[in-house]
Design a protein around this ligand. Structure first.
Ligand code: DLL
Length: 428
């Protein structure tokens, strides 16, 4: 009997637990973090007034800038000697966001990751090859301890060394690979180059996260590696991987582990909560965190919430998979575009490989976009036709045509072996 069975608890008792934990979290933050005390005082909210889940709406919001302003540990709520581990998320600019964990935080984290793995279909005794980066990034160690918590076997290989990675997959018959979606594709591609059919590997599941993955990209991973592709979501400021996870039974949205994280979806422009089912920015409040509690953290990730009962039996709310962030929005000559929308259009075409890049420049005060798309291995058709159908599709679906459309030879666009993939280069 697994220690992580499907959680079917009724929502009423879940909400009661959330209300109790919300109040404790607000009290803890108020008493121990100057930043929160000032913010709550400004908002005129006393922790003792928090009595229901809906009271979360009265709390002030926390942003990425707050983490940066309070660098390194201004948001810590416990003394240094209670901090057992530090992680950091590296932004592209400025100081990283530093987060800390107490003993209890680490065990809660392992538990939510173990739950995520169980929801992914991983069982005790399975072998999981963990190809997320180890180190300050939360992916490596976050997955690692969750795998052990589930009584599965972890291969802590980390990112990179792709040929060795594939030999391990082969020699140790790994059942599960955990890595970014772009790296999963790179593993498939490298295996093919080594003369190994990736579909012949023992792998049954890829648990991908840390980056957006559109449905055509998931389909590509599932087909080439002959696996079930499962999406895991999380962010350092809230804990790391394991905030939410898809279930393998339905693969229809990611269950948020609501006994630890309270979600809301808000209008990114106004911060106002949106009704269920409307897309907006995900805002998370931690319910059990000790070292770095977060109140209404604005994740920047776009999603929707769905409270309908899932086919798998789990009662916890589902979020849509995140394919965009508020700050991903590209405004090109007045047209609003998300890179994921471009990706979906590009990947629908059989003639192209799942590699592309978007370069934005400004020339004579005008925006200029170059879209580079890689041709599929073995392509021998007409480039003109491919270019034509890409242009037509982009125009029909997004009402947008790039200024330049480059078809790159198979294998020539940069691959990411370690860390997160970058596909947009905005030089404006
Ligand atoms: O990426 C934690 C993680 C590690 C999640 C391994 C899943 C697997 P950060 O480096 O702090 O933490 O980056 C968090 O990455 O706000 C999202 O924008 C993005 N992200 C994370 N998971 C997903 C996902 C880790 N499944 C930021 N789909 C988040 C889309 C994701 N985007």
């Amino acid at each position: 009997m697994t220690r992580y069975p499907v959680d079917r608890r009724d929502r009423e008792s879940l909400r009661a637990l959330q209300a109790e934990r919300l109040r404790e979290t607000v009290e803890h933050a108020y008493e121990n973090v100057e930043f929160y005390r000032a913010a709550l005082d400004d908002a005129g909210v006393s922790p003792s007034e928090i009595s229901s889940v809906d009271d979360v709406r009265r709390l002030p919001m926390t942003t990425k800038e707050d983490f940066r302003d309070e660098y390194p540990d201004g948001l810590f709520a416990v003394s240094d000697d209670e901090i057992r581990r530090i992680h950091a998320s590296s932004g592209t600019t400025g100081k990283p966001k530093i987060v800390g964990y107490t003993d209890d935080d680490l065990s809660n984290w392992s538990e939510v990751v173990a739950r995520s793995l169980a929801a992914s279909g991983v069982e005790a005794g399975d072998t999981v090859q963990n190809a997320y980066g180890y180190g300050l990034f939360t992916g490596g160690l976050g997955l690692h301890y969750g795998i052990e918590e589930l009584d599965a076997t972890v291969i802590p290989i980390g990112g990179g060394q792709t040929q060795r990675q594939i030999e391990m997959l082969q020699d140790l018959d790994s059942d599960v690979l955990s890595c970014t979606p772009s790296y999963a594709l790179y593993v498939a591609e490298t295996a093919e180059e080594m003369g190994i059919d990736p579909a012949e590997l023992a792998l049954s599941t890829v648990i991908f996260g840390a980056e957006p993955c559109t449905e055509p990209m998931r389909a590509e991973i599932e087909e080439r590696l002959d696996v079930t592709g499962i999406d895991i979501y999380g962010l350092s400021e809230v804990i790391g991987p394991g905030v939410s996870n898809e279930c393998h039974e339905a693969q229809d949205g990611l269950h948020i582990w609501e006994d630890h994280f309270l979600p809301e979806v808000v209008d990114p422009a106004t911060g106002d909560p949106l009704p269920e089912g409307e897309e907006g920015e995900l805002v998370l409040t931690s319910l059990t965190k000790e070292a770095v509690p977060v109140l209404r953290y604005r994740t920047g990730d776009l999603t929707t919430l769905n409270y309908e009962r899932c086919d798998c039996g789990r009662t916890m709310v589902r979020m849509d998979n995140v394919t965009g962030r508020t700050d991903d929005l590209l405004i090109v000559r007045g047209v609003n575009l998300y890179p994921s929308e471009i990706e979906s259009v590009v990947l629908e075409l059989d003639e192209v490989a799942p590699y592309y890049r978007i370069d934005l420049d400004r020339e004579d005060e005008l925006d200029r976009m170059t879209l580079s798309v890689e041709l599929d291995d073995g392509f021998d058709g007409s480039r003109r036709d491919v270019r034509e159908s890409l242009r037509t599709r982009l125009e029909n679906v997004l009402s947008f045509t790039p200024d330049e459309l480059t078809l790159a030879e198979p294998g020539t666009l940069a691959r990411t072996e370690v860390g997160k993939v970058q596909r947009v280069f905005d030089n404006r």
